[in-house]
Design a protein around this ligand. Structure first.
Ligand code: SDX
Length: 428
C-alpha cells in the first residue's frame, strides 16, 4: 500500500506523482508503472536499481552482509538444517514439522528416477561436451515428458513440477558426469540421503561397493544449502521472465541453467579454481592482484565482487569455515587453499578492493571444497545449478501464484536510425 509519494518534475514542471511502496525490509520502491502515461521510461541497463517483482522468498542486505530465506538467517540454516529442509522452507514459506519434513523427503526420494528415454538424449553429445551444456539440453528435454497435461495455473501441479525438478536434477547431473567419463549411469538409491545419493550416482561403479563418506556428504549438503537461492539474481530473473509468458517450467529451468553458466555468475566457481591453479604459488599472488587492478587488463579476480554485497557475502563466511573443516577432516593439505587465503588477505588489504568493496563471494571457497570432495572442475557449476533449482522453481511458483501477474516486457532507449527512405536494390 502506498503511504508516501515521489514527485517527478522536469525543468521545474511537475510531471508525475509516483507512489512509494514499502516492503517488510530493505529499500522502499518507487512505483513507476504509470510513468509511460507521461511519455517517459526509466533507464536501468543491468537493473542496478530496479525491483522487478514483489517476493517473500529471500532477503539480502548487501551493506550488512545479510541473507535470509523466508526470514531464517543463512548461517543458521547452513549449520542447523539440511538441504531438503531448506527446499521445503523456500517452497512453502515456513520450517516443516517433523511429519511435514518426512513426507517431503519421501516425495523427493520417490521422484529421483528419470524416464529411461531421457537417458538417450546424452548419446547425442560429443564425449567432451561440457556438463553444463548437457544439463541445459537434458533439462530442457524434460519439457517434452511433462507438458501436454500440465496446467501451471493449478498450484498442486506447480508443486509437483517443483518436486520432480528437485528430485531429478541430481540424477541428471550425475548422468552428465558419467557420460563425460564414459562410465555407466548409476540409478538413485532410496535408502540414501539427498547428498549421499548424488555422491553415489557420481562416484559409484557397478564393479564394486561405494561407501559415501559422512564428512563428504555433510559438506555436499551444506554446499547445496549455501547455493539454494539468492533473490533476483541473473538466472532467477531469467527463469521468472521465461515463466512470465506461461512457458513450460522445465524449459524455464533450462533457461536458468544457461544463464547461471556464465563466468560472471555461477560459472565463477569453475573460473575461480582455474584462476587459483593459474596463480599456482604464493609468490605470484601480487602479480595477479595487480592485473585485476589494471584497467587495460580484462583479468578479474574470480570469486570476488558482487552486485549486491558490498560487504562479506555471508555464504562465503560459512563456506570458508566449511572449507577448513573439510580439508582438516579429510586430511587434505591443498596448496590452492594457501593461495586462496593469501589472495583473500592481499585483496582485502588492498585500497583498490577496499574502495570498490570487492569481497570474496560464494564462489570463492566453494571450488576448493568441491575439489577436495572429488568433484571435477567442469562439474562445479552443475552442482551450483542443482542447488539453485529449488530457488528458481520457488520464484517461478511465487510469480504464477500472484494475482495480476503479467508477461515481462521491458522497453528501451532507442538510439538507432529513424524514418529512412528505403531505396530498392535495383536502384541503389
Ligand atoms: C554469483 O546476483 C547474485 O546474487 C549472484 C550470486 C547468486 O547466488 O546467484 O551471488 C552468484 O554470481 C556471484 C558472483 C560470481 N562472479 C564472480 O566472482 C566473477 C568476478 N566478479 C565480477 O565479474 C563482478 O564483481 C560481478 C559480475 C560479480 C559484479 O559486477 P557488477 O556489480 O556489475 O560490478 P562491476 O562489474 O561494474 O564492477 C564494479 C567495479 C569495476 O571497476 P570500475 O569500472 O568501477 O573502475 O569493480 C571492479 C570493476 O572493474 N570489479 C573487479 C571485480 N569485480 C568488479 N575488479 C577486479 N576483480 C573483480 N572480481
Amino acid at each position: 500500500m502506498a503511504e508516501s509519494k515521489a514527485t517527478l518534475s522536469i525543468d521545474g514542471n511537475v510531471v508525475a506523482d509516483l507512489p512509494i511502496l514499502s516492503g517488510s525490509a530493505g529499500n522502499d520502491v518507487i512505483d513507476i508503472r504509470t510513468l509511460g502515461n507521461y511519455g517517459y521510461f526509466t533507464y536501468d541497463p543491468g537493473f542496478l536499481a530496479t525491483a522487478s517483482c514483489e517476493s517473500a522468498i529471500t532477503y539480502i542486505d548487501g551493506g550488512k552482509g545479510i541473507l535470509q530465506h523466508r526470514g531464517y538467517p543463512i548461517d543458521s540454516l547452513a549449520k542447523q538444517a539440511n538441504y531438503l529442509e531448506v527446499c521445503y522452507i523456500l517452497l512453502n514459506g515456513d520450517a516443516p514439522t517433523s511429519t511435514q519434513y518426512d513426507e517431503f523427503v519421501d516425495i523427493i526420494t520417490n521422484h529421483t528416477m528419470v524416464h529411461e528415454k531421457l537417458a538417450h538424449f546424452f548419446q547425442g553429445f560429443l564425449p567432451d561436451a561440457h556438463p553444463m551444456a548437457m544439463l541445459c539440453g537434458v533439462v530442457g528435454a524434460m519439457s517434452s515428458f511433462y507438458h501436454s497435461d500440465l496446467d501451471i495455473e493449478d498450484p498442486v501441479q506447480r508443486m509437483r513440477s517443483a518436486h520432480r525438478l528437485i528430485a531429478k536434477m541430481p540424477t541428471i547431473s550425475a548422468m552428465a558426469y558419467k557420460y563425460s567419463i564414459g562410465q555407466p549411469f548409476v540409478y538413485p538409491r532410496n535408502e540414501l540421503s539427498y547428498a549421499e545419493n548424488f555422491l553415489h550416482m557420481m562416484f559409484s561403479v557397478p564393479a564394486e561397493e561405494y561407501v559415501v563418506s559422512p564428512t563428504v556428504a555433510r559438506a555436499m549438503d551444506r554446499i547445496f544449502t549455501l547455493h539454494a537461492d539468492h533473490e533476483q539474481n541473473a538466472s532467477t530473473s531469467t527463469v521468472r521472465l521465461a515463466g512470465s509468458s506461461g512457458a513450460n517450467p522445465y524449459a524455464c529451468i533450462a533457461a536458468g541453467v544457461a544463464s547461471l553458466w556464465g563466468p560472471a555468475h555461477g560459472g565463477a566457481n569453475e573460473a575461480c579454481l582455474k584462476m587459483l591453479e593459474q596463480i599456482g604459488t604464493l609468490d605470484r599472488v601480487d602479480e595477479f592482484v595487480a592485473r585485476a587492478k589494471d584497467k587495460s587488463d580484462s583479468f578479474r579476480l574470480m570469486g570476488f565482487g558482487h552486485r549486491v554485497y558490498k560487504n562479506f557475502d555471508p555464504r562465503a563466511t560459512v563456506m570458508r569455515e566449511t572449507c577448513h573443516e573439510v580439508l582438516k577432516e579429510l586430511g587434505i593439505k591443498d596448496p590452492l587453499l594457501d593461495v586462496a587465503m593469501a589472495l583473500e588477505k592481499v585483496a582485502l588489504e588492498d585500497p583498490y578492493f577496499i574502495e570498490k568493496k570487492l569481497y570474496p563471494n560464494v564462489d570463492f571457497y566453494s571450488g576448493i571444497i568441491l575439489k577436495a570432495i572429488g568433484i571435477p572442475t567442469n562439474m562445479f557449476t552443475v552442482v551450483f545449478a542443482m542447488s539453485r533449482t529449488v530457488g528458481w522453481i520457488s520464484h517461478w511458483d511465487e510469480m504464477l501464484g500472484q494475482a495480476g501477474q503479467k508477461i515481462g516486457r521491458p522497453r528501451q532507449n532507442y538510439i538507432g536510425e529513424i524514418d529512412r527512405e528505403f531505396i530498392p536494390l535495383n536502384k541503389r
